[in-house]
Design a protein around this ligand. Structure first.
Ligand code: PEP
Ligand code: MN
Length: 264
């Protein structure tokens, strides 16, 4: 298998617009769940960049549970993300939900995100595999490690070799957190695959009070980065407000993560 350690014994290291990911290089991805407007995205982006984030995230096409919830700004959102990323010299990552969006999204993004709900959208994976834009693929909420790695094969086998995995929590009986963070996936995948794997403690816990500890644990487990949602006014966020860190909390967490990386 193309993702396996047997196929490629060394850790893969990818470069997204000058930012290395893998082999000890951490992707610190941060930004709001959804792109809501240029002023807000810029404000959050400056703060997370100053705190040490190296990739800016924001959704323009949002996979909402309810069709009546905010669905994202679409192309207007992509334009905003591109502008803000360029102004701050940050690469950007955004979700693509449908093969018909690939051409449009590829004009604006440096990395595609495949969301948890689309991890087994095989037609989407095949089409993404035909591009040469790096991909962040999130684990489906009831996908096994094997399922995730087979989904990755759909992308790799089409020729796109730059795939980064993301653990974002799985559904279990536990309901005091949004999902259950399966941190053992990090060393588990490291044994099986050469690909980088990052952790998203925001969607995994849904709780700002738990995100810092889980981000620390993720980095200690040997992952290749963390993905965190940040909003300057979580009460007013149009998507995933309750799990957003405010910029000050994110900056404090990044200080702690740097101290941890130093002692490691
Ligand atoms: C997101 O990153 O905002 C998102 C929708 O994540 P997931 O696909 O992991 O639910
Ligand atoms: Mn979100």
């Amino acid at each position: 298998k193309l993702a396996s350690r047997e196929f490629h014994p060394e850790d893969s290291v990818f470069e997204v617009k000058g930012i290395k990911i893998g082999g000890g290089h951490l992707a610190m991805i941060a930004g709001p769940c959804a792109i809501e407007g240029e002023a807000l995205l810029y404000e959050v982006a400056v703060r997370v960049r100053d705190a040490g984030a190296n990739i800016l995230r924001g959704g323009a096409f949002k996979p909402r549970t309810s069709p009546y919830s905010f669905q994202g700004l679409g192309e207007d959102g992509l334009k905003i993300l591109r502008n803000v990323g360029d102004q701050l010299h940050m690469p950007v990552v955004t979700e693509v939900m449908d093969p018909r969006q690939i051409e449009l999204v590829s004009r604006y993004t440096d990395m595609f995100q495949i969301g948890a709900r689309n991890m087994q959208n095989f037609d989407l994976l095949k089409e993404i595999g035909k591009t040469r834009i790096p991909v962040l693929i999130k684990r489906g909420m009831s996908a096994t490690v094997k399922d995730l790695l087979m989904s990755v094969e759909y992308i790799l086998s089409q020729g796109n070799r730059e795939v980064i995995l993301c653990e974002r929590g799985i559904r279990t009986f536990e309901d005091s957190t949004r999902n259950t963070l399966d941190l053992s996936i990090v060393p588990n995948v490291k044994g099986l695959s050469h690909l980088p794997i990052i952790v998203d403690p925001s969607h995994a816990t849904g709780r700002p009070d738990l995100i810092p500890a889980m981000a620390m644990a993720a980095v200690a487990s040997g992952c290749d980065g963390v993905h965190i949602e940040v909003h300057s006014c979580p009460e007013k966020a149009l998507s995933d407000g309750p799990q957003a860190l405010v910029p000050d909390q994110y900056a404090r967490l990044m200080d702690e993560l740097r101290r941890l990386a130093e002692v490691m």
